[in-house]
Design a protein around this ligand. Sequence first.
Ligand code: HEM
Ligand SMILES: *[C@@H]1O[C@H](CO)[C@@H](O)[C@H](O)[C@H]1NC(C)=O
Ligand SMILES: *[C@@H]1O[C@H](CO)[C@@H](O)[C@H](O)[C@H]1NC(C)=O
Length: 315
Amino acid sequence: MMVSPNLLSVIMLIHAIIGLPYNVRGLSMGYYMMSCPMVEQTVTNTVNNALQADPTLAAGLIRMLFHDCFIEGCDASILLDSTKDNTAEKDSPANLSLRGYEIIDDAKAEIENTCPGVVSCADIVAMAARDAVFWAGGPYYQIPNGRFDGKRSKIEDTRNLPSPFLNASQLIQTFGQRGFSVRDVVALSGAHTLGVARCSSFKDRLTTPDSTMDSSFAKTLSKTCSAGDNTEQPFDATRNDFDNAYFNALQRKSGVLFSDQTLYNTPMTRNLVNGYAFNQAMFFFHFQQAMQKMSNLNVKSGSQGEVRQNCRILN
Ligand code: HEM
Ligand SMILES: *[C@@H]1O[C@H](CO)[C@@H](O)[C@H](O)[C@H]1NC(C)=O
Ligand SMILES: *[C@@H]1O[C@H](CO)[C@@H](O)[C@H](O)[C@H]1NC(C)=O
C-alpha cells in the first residue's frame, strides 16, 4: 500500500506528540511494562525520599545524567568503581564532586528485589534525573527506556567533558559535536539553576579585572574563595529550586562560572538568556526537550552492553 508523504508526516507528528514509538536504538516507552511494571514508581519513590532528606542532591542526580551521557553515551559508565587494573571516569578530577550515587544504588537494590537482572543502571540514571528535575520544581518530561549498561569506564575519557573555562563558541562546538543546537546549550546550562560550584572551578576569574562581572558579586566570590578551594558557591540565590533565577543572575553579570557568564556576553546566545530570564515557561519547554535529547545520547543496544547486577561493578 502506498502511504502519501502527507499522511506519513501527519502520522509522524502524532507520534512525536504522544511520544510512542520512540525508536532510538531500541528504546521505547513502556519498555518495562511486562518485565518490571513497578520500575517507574520505585525510582520515583526512592528519589523523592532521598531528596526530601537532602534537597541538595537533586543537583547531583541531574549532573550525573550529563556526565554519564556526554562520555560514551548514556550507559551508566559514570557509576563504575575503579578496579586495580582500571581507573574509572568517576575518579577523574573532572568528576567534579558528583553526588547521588547512593540514590541510584538504593533504587537498583529495590528493583533487583522484584525483577532481578532486568532494569539497566543507565535507565535508572535517566529516570532519576528526570524525577529530580520535577521534584525541584522543574518540568516533567517523558523518556523512553531500554538503554544497556556499558562495559568501559576510563578516566581519560573525561577529557571530553566541557571545561568551565570554555567560551560560548567553544561550548556550542562541544555540544554541537553531539547533536545539540545553540538553543540546547543555553537551555541545558540552565541546569545550573540548581546546586553549587567550588571555588576551584571559578577562582581564575578573580585574578584579572573583569568588566563582565558585577563588582559586588566579585566580592562575594572572593569571600567564598577566602575560605578555601573547596568552598561551595551557589549558582543562584535559590540553589534548590528549579527556576529561571540563573538567567536573571547572568543578566546582572553574576554568573559563577566563566562558561555561564559567557552565554550573556556573547551576542549569539544573549537573546536566549534574555528570553529565558523573561519567560520561565519557555526555558522549561526548551530544557525538557534538550534533556530528552541528552537522555538518549549514544545509547547502547543489547549486543553492546549488559544489564548490570550492581551498578558499580561489571557483571
Ligand atoms: C555547558 C557546559 C557545562 C560546564 C562547563 C559545566 C561545568 C560545571 C562545573 C565546573 C560545576 C561545578 C563543579 C564543582 O565545582 O564542584 C558544575 C556543576 C553543576 N552542573 Fe554543570 N556544566 C555544564 C553543563 C551542565 C549540564 C548540561 C548540566 C545538566 C543538564 C549540568 C548540571 C550541573 C549541576 C546540577 C551542577 C551542580 C552540582 C551540585 O551542586 O552537586 N551542567 N557544572
Ligand atoms: C573524584 O575524583 C577524586 C580524585 O580526583 C577522588 O578523590 C574522589 O573520591 C572522586 N569522587 C567520587 C565521588 O568518586
Ligand atoms: C573563544 O575562544 C577561542 C579559542 O581561544 C577563540 O578563537 C574565539 O575567538 C573565542 N570566541 C569568542 C566568541 O570569544
